[in-house]
Structures are given as structure tokens and as C-alpha cells.
Design a protein around this ligand. Structure first.
Ligand code: FAD
Length: 409
């Protein structure tokens, strides 16, 4: 066997399909038994990622063309584009689609099994997998990929040992409920993505309502508190904020069809190790998620696309241990170049924005930003800001806010 991939999220399953498509033998191991389990991602993506084929169209649940933001005082601001600006995905369908594509390429897919450990030697990696009935299996492969997302199961220790070169990992946690509403209620949220910003909605984060197919709404809350406040029980605080939102918009009696949640984490500069011997990280495991808009699906897929050709070459070079080392070394640089310098600025702004959004001062600042956007920006410019990180397009009115974010971190 050439490669074993731990984790079949967007990054792991895309990579598995890519590698098998190039003739490698690949095992993909996923601890979930079904794609429907904990489909945690609210999964908003820009339209380009669908049009370019990066994200399969079959996974789209609804399209949107307006940004709708409730400010700290509860006033709604809306920016509408004549054409579609993005999509809300059904994360279950995205997983199913990517899993099926991997299987069609010949990947051996072990769902309901988890990778317990991986030991990298000079010539191979020995992996221990635990099956659905707790049976233990051992596999020997040329390379192992850690695609376990925020848990960074296999690569995390090496990353922590190097202390991220001072680049601390920032952590956000979110919960989301899927609520089925009647058509009249649905119309209020259809065609747009709605965010709630301000400490009265949720401290150190944001809340959202996104439309899905079949009159369903994704209603969620995510908070990214300062690291020293992580001990506070943010799950409880998020749950309270979510319930307040549901009650405020008269959805208390509407059926909740699913409840899920997850962690999103990233460093600002992505300086942490991307590989350790023959174990390589991909997707959230190497901080591809951007924390400003809590967006990681596109970037996780991109990291798989960057890694695949290098890993194909590395498998062919396997007898030459220095050769693979050089190839893996290129991976981090190529990925950083693809994500671009704007990506890091955006994460820096995320830290400043979410850490400070906890009191009146933070509320005032966000209010000022929303006001500036109302005066200056169109809907597609807001998309360019949050998806392409094109901060400079807003001219001098926004610069003080952005520079405050830059200097303060
Ligand atoms: C609340 C929330 C909302 C979000 N909203 C958006 C959004 O609107 N748009 C967007 O683009 N991104 C969003 N994201 C981020 C996005 O979902 C992630 O960045 C993306 O899923 C990362 O993909 P991944 O493959 O790297 O990791 P994951 O999707 O986390 O996949 C990792 C996989 O590894 C499996 N796994 C873990 N441990 C093991 C093990 N030991 N053995 C086997 N399998 C294992 C897990 O079950 C999981 O399936 C959101 C995240 C959260 C938490």
C-alpha cells in the first residue's frame, strides 16, 4: 500500500481521490460510520468555488445573492447583488460526493474505523487502526496523511513540540441547529446569508442564519475567545446565544431536525510543521481554515490539490529517503503561496475582531465598520473582502479599522 489517509473530511477524501486517480494504492480511514453524523460545517462558500468545479455542484443546498448583517443594536443592513454570490452547502452531501468519487477512483474506504497511532520509520509508516467492533488492524504504508481536521491527531505533537515558532493556535467553537420553518418564515431568510454581530448577540464571535433547501434554516453560533479565556464553558454560552436567537425570531415551536457542532482552529502565519518524517498534514490539520469568516472548505480542498502531485512523486522516489524529504519541504511553501499573503492578514484581523468583540468598545468598533461598509461597499465588494481578503478596496474610510487590527496583534 502506498498511502493511508486518516480522516475523510473535504481534505482527506479529495486527496484520496486525487492520489488513486494517479495510480497510487490508497486507504482512507474515517471514524464516522455515516456522512450524516455531525455534519458540523455551516458550509457557506463563494460562487467561484462552485463555478470553477473546486466544490461539486451536487452538494449545494441553496444559493444566495445578499449579505444581511444585524449590527450590535439589532438593526439589519443589507447588500444585494443582481447575480448569485455564493452557495450554502449540505455538508453531508459534500462528504458523500467526495467519498463516492474516492471510491470510484479505487480508494479502499474504511468508515466507522479510527486511526489510533502511526509510527514513522526511515522506509515506511506503521499504522494502528481500530475497527467498528474494537478489532485492531495494523497496516504498513509508504506515507500517512493526517487529515483529522482540528484534532491534528498525528501531526499535532510535532507541531506543539516546535511551539509553532511562537505562532499560537487560535481556537473557535461553534454549534448549529437545522430548523424546519414554514414558507412565510423562510422567505425572510431566503436568498441571503445573515450574520449577527455584537456582544449582545454573542460574545467574541458571531451568529448566523443561512437558508437551505426544503424550507430549512441553519441557525448557528461560533465564538473565538482569547486563549486565556478558553477555560470558560463556551459550549454553554454558545447554546444560550443560539436559544436567544431562535426565540427572538419566533422559531421556538419549529422542529429541529439536526443538532451539531465543531471546532475550527488555525495559526495566523501557518509556520507549524506540515510533516513529521513520513506523516504529512492536510486541511485544518495544517491551519488552512481562515478564522475571519470561519471558512475552511475551499482551503482544505486546495491543500489536497497542492499536496497530491508532490506525494505522487514522493511515492515513486520512496527508495531515496532524502528525495521525499525535499518534496515535502516544498509542500508548505507551495501551499502558503497558493493561500497568499492576504490569507494571513485576514486571520490576523479575525483575532483582533473576535477577541475584542466582548464589550461596548468592541461593539462600537464593529458598528463603525458596518456603517462604513453601508456607505462604501457593494454586495460583491463585501464578498471580495471576506472571501478574497481584498481589504484595500475600501479606501481610507476602512483603513483605520483595519490598521488597528493589524497593529494590535
Ligand atoms: C461551526 C463551524 C462552521 C463552519 N462553517 C464553515 C463555512 O461556512 N464555510 C466553510 O468553508 N468552512 C466552514 N467551517 C470550516 C470547515 O468545515 C473546515 O475547515 C473543513 O471541514 C476542514 O476540512 P478537513 O477535511 O481539513 O477537516 P474535517 O472536515 O474536520 O475532517 C476531518 C475528518 O477526520 C475524521 N477523524 C478525526 N479523527 C480521526 C481518526 N482518529 N481516525 C479517522 N478519522 C478521524 C473526522 O471524523 C472528520 O470526518 C466551519 C467549521 C465549523 C466548526
Amino acid at each position: 500500500m502506498d498511502v493511508l489517509i486518516a480522516g475523510a473530511g473535504p481534505a482527506g477524501s479529495r486527496l484520496a481521490g486525487n492520489l488513486a486517480g494517479k495510480g497510487l494504492s490508497v486507504i482512507l480511514v474515517e471514524k464516522l460510520a455515516k456522512a450524516s453524523q455531525n455534519a458540523f460545517s455551516s458550509a457557506v462558500v463563494p460562487i467561484d468555488s462552485i463555478r470553477s468545479g473546486l466544490i461539486p455542484e451536487e452538494s449545494v443546498s441553496s444559493y444566495w445573492k445578499s449579505w444581511n448583517i444585524f449590527d450590535p443594536q439589532g438593526i439589519a443592513h443589507q447588500w444585494t447583488n443582481p447575480q448569485c454570490l455564493g452557495a450554502v452547502l449540505d455538508f453531508q452531501k459534500l462528504r458523500e460526493n467526495l467519498w463516492q468519487k474516492a471510491i470510484d477512483q479505487g480508494v479502499i474506504f474504511l468508515s466507522g474505523c479510527y486511526v489510533k497511532s502511526a509510527l514513522s520509520t526511515k522506509d515506511y509508516v506503521e499504522v494502528i487502526i481500530v475497527g467498528p467492533h474494537q478489532e485492531v488492524m495494523t497496516k504498513r504504508v509508504l506515507f500517512v496523511v493526517d487529515a483529522t481536521g482540528h484534532s491534528r491527531l498525528l501531526i499535532g505533537k510535532k507541531q506543539r513540540d516546535s511551539n509553532f515558532n511562537g505562532d499560537k493556535i487560535l481556537i473557535g467553537s461553534g454549534i448549529e441547529w437545522i430548523i424546519k420553518v414554514d414558507i412565510n418564515q423562510f422567505k425572510r431568510w431566503d436568498d441571503r446569508i445573515t450574520f449577527f454581530l455584537g456582544s449582545k448577540w454573542v460574545k467574541n464571535g458571531y451568529a448566523w442564519i443561512f437558508p437551505m433547501a426544503d424550507c430549512k434554516l441553519k441557525v448557528g453560533v461560533c465564538s473565538l475567545p482569547p486563549l486565556d479565556e478558553r477555560k470558560i464553558n463556551y459550549n454553554q454560552i454558545n447554546l444560550l446565544a443560539l436559544k436567544n436567537l431562535i426565540s427572538r425570531f419566533d422559531m421556538v415551536d419549529s422542529p429541529v431536525t439536526d443538532k451539531h457542532g465543531g471546532i475550527i482552529n488555525s495559526t495566523i502565519n501557518r509556520r507549524e510543521a506540515h510533516y513529521s518524517g513520513r506523516i504529512i498534514g492536510v486541511g485544518d490539520a495544517v491551519s488552512t481554515a481562515n478564522l475571519l469568516g470561519g471558512e475552511g472548505i475551499r482551503h482544505a480542498l486546495l491543500s489536497a490539490d497542492v499536496l497530491a502531485p508532490l506525494l505522487v512523486k514522493a511515492c515513486k522516489l520512496s527508495s531515496n529517503s532524502n528525495g521525499y524529504f525535499l518534496l515535502l519541504h516544498k509542500y508548505q511553501k507551495q501551499l502558503s503561496r497558493k493561500l497568499g499573503w492576504r490569507w494571513a492578514i485576514s486571520n490576523r484581523l479575525a483575532k483582533k475582531t473576535w477577541w475584542n468583540l466582548s464589550d461596548q468598545k468592541g461593539d462600537k468598533r464593529i458598528q463603525m465598520l458596518i456603517k462604513s461598509l453601508s456607505l462604501k461597499a457593494s454586495a460583491d465588494e463585501i464578498s471580495a473582502l471576506l472571501f478574497d481578503y481584498r481589504f484595500e478596496r475600501y479606501g481610507f474610510r476602512l483603513l483605520p479599522y483595519l490598521l488597528m487590527g493589524w497593529r494590535g496583534v
